[in-house]
Design a protein around this ligand. Structure first.
Ligand code: NAD
Length: 519
């Protein structure tokens, strides 16, 4: 782990080597827990990006021909290296992204599980065959890699998004240029070292840093097969537009505004625990964070009182402090934007501000960190700005409802559709919610409905621009193209071989393998 006095110079990773950063313009890297600058990030140029594509393109020639077992072995080695460096990797996330250290450990653990899933690529990328389309014709679907992919990560999951893209991309035989968020690039510096330690061939993964500028060279470069990104919906739409014009495939996961729906038969203990985890985990900066809590009128007052009481007890402070639950938000801008939304909720929406987390008193050593404490509005309605905007902070909007259909109508009317959860023991409510909440990921008595890596992860509507979700079979499909082979075969010379086949098939067999090949 970095010593506090060490200055982190983020570098690009090209062809297996760390590039000198000094000639490039730099942007400061902050520790959101203290507000102190801890390093700097190069603002890569389009030329840097083109060099990374060139390197990936070179590497692709041999990497795609490496046996699928060999590629899977690299993924397995990556998994082992992540296990061996678990704490160091977690601390890198807790430092610049300021995800609380306990959650940062969880994020690394989840990526290890993704790598375990992706190690099964020899099985996952198997194609299909239809035998006997006609007597001597076979149809076959083969999944093949496409070339160079480019990936962009958001600030809030520097490790997870690496896991969603890179193992599936390279495991299927492609290569990747990966751009972390300039707000949380430190994890990928650690991963670059791991790529070299496990002997990954240079150019299979290149890392470039910076803002959106280096991505601009991706669209017109014919060597780039596709672009994937996780971030806000406006960014996803910009990429979709440029990539669409250039005819490139995309996998783009966007923003969210998730409902947690509490029915009158809620199991209170499960609910309270999930509420805290969903709304205040990662300081509300998750695409599956609970943002709107809709409570059935029969239990509204009781549940509101309980969540306010529980929220008051949430401890916050440095992401490195094991004694607190919640860290800061990512930047001073994010804190000011969240505080601004709280002001809008109070003054323009005229919702009731039950718990105000703005400008909490912090100890002197972290007083310049970017803290927002748990905040709760009640009497919120779906038309209010705080109910329509992704606040991306520890701010909860509480609505009262009498009929589940009304809440489902709210969810259906949302432009985004990432996750939604219901808390009930009732089978009818459960099945109705699963069927009618038009979001990509539904939770039942679960506050963060994140699917396991065996299954796809992603929303619908503006939460997913394009068709493919990440991980699971969707991930394999995105990073491969189907080739369909139709094969007609006939014996090399008439007569002789047909007799052989008939003779063979006529012998004693444990299963009936009589030939369908016509004479
Ligand atoms: P962002 O859109 O600001 O940035 C995401 C990434 O895109 C960054 O690396 C950024 O440098 C880059 N970028 C910005 N503008 C670009 C452009 N015009 N062209 C190419 N790249 C560009 O998002 P953020 O603030 O880093 O992340 C938070 C957002 O991500 C939230 O909206 C959150 O809901 C969303 N998110 C979604 C999921 C999901 O699974 N749907 C997961 C995590 C985060």
């Amino acid at each position: 782990m970095m010593h506090p006095s060490e200055f982190i110079q983020i570098r690009n990773f090209l062809d297996g080597e760390w590039q000198d950063s000094e000639q490039r313009e730099q942007m400061p890297l902050y520790d959101p827990s203290t507000g102190k600058q801890i390093g700097q990030v190069p603002l890569s140029t389009q030329q840097d990006s083109t060099a990374a594509i060139e390197s990936c393109h070179e590497a692709y020639g041999t990497w795609r021909c490496a046996s699928v077992a060999k590629r899977a072995a690299f993924i397995f080695d990556m998994r082992q290296a992540m296990k061996d460096n678990h704490e160091d990797l977690a601390q890198s996330i807790a430092l610049d992204q300021a995800k609380h250290i306990s959650e940062a450990r969880g994020e690394v653990q989840r990526v290890i599980q993704i790598l375990e899933t992706a190690s099964g690529i020899p099985t996952l990328m198997q194609g299909e065959t239809v035998d006997n389309i006609a007597g001597n014709i076979v149809g076959r679907v083969i999944k093949q890699p496409l070339g160079v992919f480019c990936g962009v990560a958001p600030f809030n999951f520097p490790a997870l998004v690496f896991g969603w893209f890179i193992p599936f991309c390279i495991g299927t035989g492609n290569t990747m240029v990966f751009k972390p968020s300039p707000l949380s690039p430190y994890f990928m510096q650690k991963m670059g070292a791991i790529f070299n330690d496990i002997g990954l061939p240079p150019g299979v993964i290149n890392i470039i840093n910076g803002d959106h500028v280096p991505t601009l060279s991706w669209y017109d470069d014919p060597r780039v097969a596709g672009i994937c990104m996780v971030g806000s919906s406006p960014t996803a739409k910009k990429i979709a537009e440029a990539a669409g014009k250039a005819g490139k495939r995309t996998m783009l996961l966007g923003g969210a505004k998730n409902y947690l729906v509490v029915m009158e038969d809620v199991q209170m203990d499960i609910w309270i625990e999930d509420f805290i985890h969903s709304c205040y985990g990662s300081a509300g900066q998750r695409c599956l964070s609970g943002s709107i809590v809709a409570i059935h009128e029969d239990v509204h007052d009781q549940v509101l009182e309980k969540i306010v009481e529980a929220s008051r007890k949430v401890t916050y402070g440095s992401a490195m402090d094991p004694e607190v639950y919640m860290g800061p938000v990512i930047s001073a801008e994010a804190r000011d934007r969240i505080n601004g939304m709280i002001e809008i909720g109070r003054l323009e929406d005229r919702a009731t501000l039950v718990l105000d987390g703005r400008d909490p008193d912090m100890p002197p050593d972290i007083k310049d960190g970017y803290y927002v404490a748990p905040t709760i509005f009640s009497d919120v309605t779906a038309d209010m700005q705080i109910a329509r905007t992704e606040i991306f902070g520890p701010v909860v909007s509480v609505m009262k409802f009498s009929n589940l259909d009304d809440i489902l109508a709210n969810i259906q009317a949302q432009p985004v559709g990432n996750g939604a959860c219901i808390f009930t023991q009732n089978l009818y409510y459960t099945e109705k919610f699963i069927a009618d909440a038009n979001v990509g990921m539904v939770g039942v008595n679960v506050g963060v409905p994140a699917p396991h890596p065996y299954l796809p992860f992603g929303g619908i509507k503006d939460s997913l621009i394009g068709t493919n979700k990440v991980q699971g079979k969707d991930g394999i499909d995105f990073f491969t193209q189907n080739k369909i082979a139709t094969v007609r075969f006939s014996p090399p010379s008439a007569g002789r071989h047909r007799a052989d086949i008939r003779t063979k098939a006529a012998g004693p067999q444990s299963s009936d393998t009589r030939s369908c090949v016509p004479d």
